[in-house]
Structure formats: C-alpha cells, structure tokens
Ligand binder design. Sequence first.
Ligand code: NDP
Ligand code: 8X3
Length: 256
Amino acid sequence: MHAPSAPRGTALVTGASVGIGQATVRRLAADGWRVVACARRAQALQALAGDLGGAVLPWPLDVTDDAAVAALPQALPADWRAVDLLVNNAGLALGREPAQQADLADWRAMVATNITGLLAVTHALLPGMVARGRGHVVHIGSIAAQFAYPGGNVYGASKAFVRQLGYGLKADLIATPVRVTVIEPGMVAGSEFSLVRFKGDAARAAAIYEGAEPMQPEDVAEAVAWVAAQPAHVNVSLLQLMPVGQGPGAVSVHRR
Ligand code: NDP
Ligand code: 8X3
C-alpha cells in the first residue's frame, strides 16, 4: 500500500469496476489523484468509492453508449470535469476460436468496446486537455497487438489499432503538452478477463493460468502510475510488460 501524496489532478479510468482498472483507481488515488471511476457495474464502483473516500467519483458509464460518452464532459460535476489523465482501460476479448469458426457478434462487441468505445471517450475528453494545456491519455493495449496467437484474431487486431492510435494521437498533439502512452501488458490474472472471454466457463478461464506465474492487476496499475509520474517533458510512448515466464511467441509452422 502506498501512502497518499500531494494532489496531482483529476484522472478518469474506464473499466474501473474490477481487474486492472480497479487496481489503477486504487493506485492513482494513493498517488494523490482524484479519480472518476467508470464502468457499467454501478454497485462495484460504489464499493470502490466507499473504500477510497472522497478521492473517487463513481460514474456508471458504458463506453459503447455514444450519447452518454459524448455528454460526459458536461455531465460530470463541475469540479471533476477538468480531466488531466484519461486511462482507456475498458476492454475485452470474446472467444478464442479460429477466425473461420468465430461468432461475428463477438467480433463486433470487441470492436465496439476496444476500438469504438475507446475512440468515443478519447474524442470527448481530448479537446478539453488541449484547451487547458494539460493532459495525458493512457491506452491499455496488449502484447496481442504485436504477437499473434491462435484464436487472438480480432482481439489482437483491436489492440493493434489501440497502439497505432496512440502513435497517431501523439503526432497530432506534438505542439501541445498533452502526452500519450500505450501500455501493453502480457498475461494478467486476478481480473475477469478470461472469465469474460470464455463466457463464464470458470474451468476454461482458470486453465489459462494453470502452472504459470502471471502478472496481477496491481503490476499494470504500477506502470500507469509510473508513466503518469514522469516529468512533464517526458512522454513514454509505448510500454510493454510481461511476466518473467512469458515471452514473444515463435512464428507458427504447420507440419504435416
Ligand atoms: P476485466 O474483465 O477484469 O475488466 C474489464 C473492465 O472493463 C471491467 O471493469 C468492465 O466493467 C469494463 N468494461 C467492459 N466493457 C465495458 C463497456 N462497454 N463500458 C464500460 N466498461 C466496460 O479485465 P482486465 O482488467 O484484465 O482488462 C482490462 C484491460 O486490460 C482490457 O482492455 C484488456 O484488454 C487489457 N488487457 C488485459 C490483459 C489480461 O491478461 N488480463 C492483458 C493485456 C491487456 P463492467 O463490466 O462493470 O462494465
Ligand atoms: C490479454 C493478453 O495474451 O491473452 O491481452 O491476449 S492475451
């Protein structure tokens, strides 16, 4: 547990109800940030805010709800509107079937959340950062953006979009003090990621981590806190982290 430090500003974290997002809210709050915690599950956000006191504003938000996201900057209470740090964390994988067997609805849901939802939240909050001359956008991508694996098809592609968007935003923001970072974690347990991916099949989800020593949500939260704490003239563009027991995959070869 980190002792609270001097006030740093206002952060907004999407997908804050569990997992990496929740750990990030806790870590940022400990660093002195006031944090708007967004996700669909209001009760979990309330519980989180209850734990952390006035430093956290629970804000139920579905990132695929275009109207709610567009209204966000004006809907937030006046003293929470100047978001200095946006952590685009809400995301999911659905299914791990080969592309030729995948469910199109799963593909659409991943695109709607990981790409379109992330875009909408960024579009809503970025102009304010530029106008105020202060801001940092952190995307939670994935190593799947770079390393393809069987069944990772659209999930990996959505995270490749996230990485490239990060670079593109930085190019557009080059004459501003606004920073952009993409954090790409490898295997993280202790979240609902695999349970969601396998649609509630707990045994299949647990098998992903069997015998491995994955990272925990707190490890990624630490990376978010670190990039946000760099001096204002330093922009960490891309940060990839894996557990020690995970490495870049070999190119696949099919042998008859
Ligand atoms: P979890 O499933 O535990 O958390 C996902 C979070 O996203 C939840 O808080 C969920 O909240 C929220 N969310 C999902 N859909 C929406 C939506 N439409 N609107 C708002 N919030 C939404 O997974 P992780 O914590 O593991 O994943 C967080 C991020 O990290 C994701 O982007 C994931 O791709 C990425 N990642 C995860 C890795 C891992 O191995 N676990 C590795 C690399 C990256 P709610 O259901 O309440 O809306
Ligand atoms: C989550 C990590 O390897 O399951 O982004 O795609 S992986």
